[in-house]
Ligand binder design. Structure first.
Ligand code: NI
Length: 174
């Protein structure tokens, strides 16, 4: 598959790729590394803390983050959350594929993640607070889950117009 990596942009709700369970990355080659670099660039441009491959139209189990305390860019290939714990915490979350929408989302504060790095090495990482939250948000993405799936009835009412506008902008609305 020819990937014109430099032209990839962030796709927005309701693009169906955001609802697809992504498939594992079989081989970490130059194409995968180029996509990861473009994702990091887009994450920075949009001032985001993380970005998942489906958000650039690729149904791959991969995401990038810059949510650690030192703001390092990280690439996580075939990630798996192997443990979640700590307290439950409610914080506002946005999503680069849902511009204008911020929701209070309840998630555990501590996480353990296994994944491959871009050299194919298996790594295990632990995080708390923001980084643990971003991992959970991005892992949701590669499973086709969005923050709007966690809306309360009040959230649904408050965000109905914004969601409709995104649907209309995509040509899928009435
Ligand atoms: Ni998101």
């Amino acid at each position: 598959m020819a990937l014109d990596v430099s032209r990839r942009e962030i796709v927005q709700y309701p693009d169906p790729v955001l609802r697809t369970v992504a498939r594992p990355v079989d081989v970490i080659d130059d194409a995968v590394r180029a996509v990861a670099a473009r994702m990091i660039e887009l994450m920075h441009d949009a001032d985001g803390a993380g970005l998942a491959a489906p958000q650039v139209g690729l149904s791959w189990r991969m995401f990038v983050t810059r949510a650690s305390e030192d703001h390092t860019d990280r690439v996580h290939v075939n990630p798996d959350l192997v443990d979640l714990g700590g307290d439950m915490d409610v914080r506002p979350e946005g999503c680069l594929s849902l511009p204008g929408i911020t929701l209070d989302i309840r998630r555990p504060t501590n996480a353990v993640l296994t994944c491959l790095d871009l050299d194919g090495r298996s790594i295990t990482l632990t995080a708390t607070d923001l980084e643990a939250r971003v991992w959970q948000h991005e892992l949701d993405h590669i499973n086709g889950v969005l923050i709007i799936d966690k809306m309360t009835p009040m959230d649904r009412i408050a965000n109905r117009r914004l969601l409709k506008e995104l649907e209309v902008a995509a040509g899928r609305g009435p």
